[in-house]
Design a protein around this ligand. Structure first.
Ligand code: FAD
Length: 302
């Protein structure tokens, strides 16, 4: 069996695997897509000490760093079941069962898509999901935010300080964000909010040039000219496969303590699949390190 088995090969998993292997213990890492969300990212400018890089380049660097150590790397493998017996067992889609004294789950998350024409086509060409990451690319331009929940309104407030104008489109009849956020939003001069607005298409040629929506009250179709569209309708943790095992919160994020421990002894978690307050590369790497040190501490006590 492994001493530590990491499930997930994004920034959190790579960091957890390296921290584990550096303790001289038997370490494995299973990943469906080694690199994770950063494979879908163009420019990264907030990975501190690296002024600018690109997602695929950073993913390559993660993998090379992991390969420097004696770590069993199992790529293109999806975990489908976890069970705590004497050891922790992780079953893969191909039927194999891996056993380990401790497991670190770092299966990340995925942005919920609006699923309208143009969204896939213009991903990274005006369609964006992360205001912290891509906001500055739209400095002085007009953008829209789809989604009137907390993340949408936080994004709109954030973007309003950078871009020329922000249009918020909420499908429902009212915004769902906390009142303080809504008040802050209303105090901003360069934000327009449309409720009952159903986005039907993101338009463009080689990059985004606008968005079409239907006013659900009047049934009228409208078009706005824009340089960017931020989709903010939720980040879904990749934790469905853990249903009925460890404790997750209402939105499916794994609840961890400050050492990365979950409610199952010997099972730790890190990165975007957990209930961490923010989801960023630098944060997920830090939590991967925390979970590995937490797991090592668990191993030497058990
Ligand atoms: P992920 O990166 O999601 O990795 C999860 C890993 O688990 C993957 O290897 C996946 O294949 C694997 N996996 C999932 N389910 C299973 C399973 N059942 N079995 C086996 N493996 C599984 N952050 C920044 O700091 N700066 C940026 O500029 C930035 N830009 C971004 C742009 C985009 C378009 C996106 C989508 C995100 C961006 N982020 C950015 C956020 C950042 O990418 C994430 O916070 C970070 O990747 C989270 O790392 P993670 O390891 O927790 O999860």
């Amino acid at each position: 069996p492994y001493d530590i088995l990491v499930v997930g090969g994004g920034p959190a998993g790579a960091s957890a695997a390296i921290y584990s292997a550096r303790k001289g213990i038997r370490t494995g890492i299973v990943a469906e897509r080694f690199g994770g969300q950063i494979l879908d990212t163009l420019t990264i400018e907030n990975f501190i000490s690296v002024k600018e890089t690109e997602g695929p380049k950073l993913a390559q660097a993660l993998e090379e760093h992991v390969q420097e150590y004696n770590i069993d790397v199992m790529k293109l493998q999806r975990a489908t079941r976890l069970e705590k017996k004497d050891l922790v067992e992780v079953e893969l889609e191909n039927g194999a069962v891996l056993k380990s004294k401790a497991v670190i789950i770092s299966t990340g998350a995925r942005w919920r898509n609006v699923n309208v024409p143009g969204e896939q086509e213009f991903k990274n060409k005006g369609v964006a999901y992360c205001p912290h990451c891509d906001g500055p690319l739209f400095a002085g331009k007009d953008v829209a935010v789809i989604g009137g929940g907390n993340s949408g309104i936080e994004a709109a407030i954030d973007l309003a300080g950078i871009v020329n104008h922000v249009t918020v489109l909420e499908f429902g009849s009212e915004l769902r964000a906390d009142e303080v956020l809504q008040n802050r939003l209303r105090s901003l001069p360069n934000v327009t909010v449309y409720t009952n607005a159903q986005t039907t298409e993101i338009t463009g040629t080689d990059k985004v040039n606008g968005l079409t929506y239907v006013d659900r009250e009047s049934g009228e179709e409208k078009h706005i000219e824009l340089a960017g569209v931020f989709v903010q309708i939720g980040l879904v943790p990749n934790t469905e496969w853990l249903a009925g095992t460890l404790e997750r919160n209402q939105i499916g994020e794994i609840i961890v303590d400050k050492r990365g421990a979950t409610t199952i002894p010997g099972v730790f978690a890190a990165g975007d699949c957990t209930d961490s307050a923010f989801n960023q590369i630098i944060i997920s790497m830090g939590s991967g390190a925390t979970a590995a040190l937490g797991a090592f501490d668990y191993l030497i006590r058990n």
